[in-house]
Design a protein around this ligand. Structure first.
Ligand code: AMP
Ligand code: MG
Length: 315
């Protein structure tokens, strides 16, 4: 689909929405993405709320070119070669997060790595250029439904939850991007997709396949990322801190060390979750006590993460 003057105007409008923290669905060559400013915790929380997913999985962060990720992640020589060969295109690379990265910790579900991609779609590239910021985007479908390859699919699933749907026609590839983890020494395929394993091996040599050779067979894609867990013990459903514990509050609270949301707003709590856990996770405390979070809306995903953080280690 060519970029018409109407499309140019729509792209400018969509870019303005993104800069204002609103959500925009946009076409890529793989599937339609549900985009929000990747550096805005609130916008990223809104993505999870719109998808209605009961857990936070790390999102792919999109940029208009390789240089756009320079301040966010560390690109080694392997990443540079893959970028050279496959970007723009259906390849997502998981790379180490830079300490000073502005990307929301919620977008990477608290991990020390960030998944990045440059999509090969003229409308997506123009949007990312115009927005002038990195855009976090999972597929633009409600949780549990199939990925959308037309603007109509997006409207059918997410109507009313987005500021705008940018129509770029039908997606060319239709399957999701290949995800390769380059955050450690052996490159590991996390998800098969638009770029083949053979093509990756041509450039990288050895590529391991996540889950291969482990008991229980391959894990599902959403389970591939390891989970962020604080070093300190986490105690759930606390009403107050015990001596030397930090209190991570929700709602009105006395003695809160930090408050996920003083006015009990679950989107605000989601936006704050990973950054607050990280800032409390230091040896001045002997544990983190977390007040109860309601089990509805984004509370499901927040509690899922908190339960994982509180689970016994080494399992
Ligand atoms: P989707 O957004 O639905 O296209 O899915 C993104 C995929 O990338 C999921 O399989 C995630 O588990 C994976 N992913 C994203 N970020 C990371 C990361 N930092 N580490 C590992 N896997 C990731
Ligand atoms: Mg998806």
């Amino acid at each position: 689909m060519p970029i018409t003057p109407a499309t140019v105007a729509a792209i400018a409008e969509a870019a303005a929405f993104l800069r204002a923290g609103s959500l925009v669905a946009f076409p890529t060559e793989t599937v339609y993405g549900l985009g929000g400013d990747a550096t805005d915790d609130r916008a990223v929380a809104a993505i999870f709320a719109a998808k209605g997913r009961p857990a936070f999985n790390p999102l792919i962060v999109h940029g208009p070119d390789r240089d756009a990720f320079g301040a966010a992640v560390i690109m080694d020589d392997r990443a540079a070669r893959l970028a050279e060969r496959f970007w723009p295109g259906p390849l997502t690379m998981v790379l180490p997060r830079r300490a000073e990265s502005a990307v929301s910790l919620l977008a990477s579900a608290g991990l020390d790595s960030i998944a990045v991609r440059v999509p090969a779609h003229p409308v997506a590239l123009a949007l990312l250029q115009a927005a002038g910021r990195l855009v976090a985007a999972p597929s633009a479908n409600p949780s549990g439904r199939i990925s959308p390859t037309t603007a109509r699919h997006v409207a059918d699933g997410l109507d009313g939850k987005l500021a705008m749907i940018l129509d770029g026609g039908a997606c060319r590839v239709g399957v999701e991007s290949t995800v390769i983890d380059l955050s450690s020494r052996t490159p590991t395929l996390l998800r098969p997709g638009g770029v083949t394993l053979e093509a990756l091996r041509d450039i990288l040599g050895t590529v391991a396949i996540a889950g291969a050779g482990q008991s229980g067979g391959p894990r599902s894609p959403g389970m591939l990322a390891s989970h962020y867990a604080p070093a300190l013990p986490v105690r759930l459903n606390a009403t107050a801190a015990e001596p030397a514990e930090a209190l991570l509050a929700f709602g009105p609270a006395e003695g809160a060390t930090l408050n996920l949301s003083a006015d009990e707003n679950l989107a605000e709590a989601a936006a704050n979750l990973f950054s607050m856990l990280r800032s409390l996770d230091r040896p001045d405390y002997r544990g983190i006590a977390v007040m109860p979070i309601p089990e509805d809306g984004l509370g499901l995903a927040i509690n899922d993460r908190l339960r994982r953080a509180a689970a016994p280690r080494g399992v």
